[in-house]
Ligand binder design. Structure first.
Ligand code: 13P
Ligand code: SF4
Length: 321
């Protein structure tokens, strides 16, 4: 549910945030799923890969991460010298919740020579147990960097894992986790929208429930034409810019529509499902961002022993793709 703030207090809040941001020497990093007002205020708006990179490059004393908790933890791990704040520490991720560090250790006991690749949507404790991190923006490149004869486990997203298995032809164990928002973008939901707009290009995030069937048709029946791209949220921005299509159906969290529309005013973008909203991403509001800067809260920390181990996997991710 989105709260509507009267225009005058909204403008006052935005001015206050900009003033506090300057006073505090803070940079605001926002994920592509954040509400439009937060995206418009941020120094960087990006997908999780670019946010992790920018966290190491941004020239500021502290970072306010407008996104979900694992993104703030990743920024802390990649940046031990900066203070990282999140406006609401309860902004979690249902996908990251599906796996714990002990699950990774159990797999390793059975596969002592194996390697584990974790999607960035995982806790710092899980990252500390794995060999590589990846995001949807570089997952294929990460899988391809691992020798083919090494037993492999991908976690925690089943749909992304299945996509990786199909695209790389690589056998791997895949954790059966899913994101409630993306799993809901099922074959039926996306197919209905595609039928309504047969001329539109379809941009699909690889966590979506429809990805397995899209790949099946692409590979086996040739039913899906060149109008479909399976891409991360940042790759959606690039694709929308270069594509000759004028209309796009977008299968991911609806927050991406703001940037797509802003950057491409001559094109039209439609949600595959308006209901695809991440309640965790939407927990970050202007008021909470203002209070985060005003009271320097909530600082995100990661125990040093976990951070050191998790950093290996994050650095490997940042070095690839
Ligand atoms: P991106 O890697 O495209 O930023 O997606 C992150 C995410 O949480 C997907 O739901
Ligand atoms: Fe997690 Fe899904 Fe929200 Fe992304 S959209 S942050 S995967 S719950």
């Amino acid at each position: 549910m989105t709260t509507v703030i009267p225009e005058t207090s909204r403008t006052a809040l935005i001015d206050e945030i900009l003033e506090l941001k300057a006073e505090r020497g803070a940079a605001i990093l926002a994920h592509n799923y954040q509400i439009p007002d937060i995206q418009d205020l941020a120094d960087v708006v990006a997908d999780s890969l670019k946010l992790a990179r920018q966290a190491t490059e941004v020239d500021a004393e502290r970072i306010v991460l407008c996104g979900v908790y694992f993104m703030a933890e990743t920024a802390v791990i990649a940046n031990p010298d900066k203070q990282v704040l999140i406006p609401d520490p309860k902004a979690g991720c249902s996908l990251a919740e599906t796996i714990q560090a002990r699950d990774v250790r159990r797999w390793r006991e059975k596969h002592p020579d194996g390697m584990v690749v974790a999607y960035v949507n995982t806790s710092a404790e899980v990252k500390a147990e794995v060999d590589y991190c990846c995001t949807s923006g570089n997952a294929v490149a990460v899988i391809e960097a691992i020798p083919r004869d090494v037993p492999l486990m991908f976690l925690p997203d089943f749909f992304l894992g299945n996509y990786l298995r199909e695209v790389t032809g690589r056998e791997m164990d895949i954790w059966l986790g899913e994101c409630h928002v993306h799993a809901g973008l099922s074959p039926d939901v996306v197919e209905t929208k595609r039928k309504e707009m047969p001329d539109a290009e379809l941009l699909v995030h690889p966590e979506c429930g429809c990805v397995t069937s899209i790949l099946y048709y692409l590979n086996h029946e040739g039913k899906i034409d060149n109008h479909t791209r399976i891409v991360s949220t940042e790759q959606m921005m690039l694709r929308a810019r270069v594509s000759e299509a004028k209309r796009f159906v977008v299968a991911t969290e609806t927050g991406v529509l703001h940037r797509l529309r802003k950057e491409n005013p001559d094109k039209e973008f439609f949600a595959a499902a308006e209901s695809a909203e991440c309640r965790y991403m939407k927990m970050i509001t202007l008021e909470k961002l203002r209070d985060s800067l005003r009271y320097l809260r909530y600082e995100v920390t990661v125990p040093p022993d976990i951070a050191v181990r998790a950093r290996r996997a994050i650095d490997r991710m940042l070095a690839i793709g």
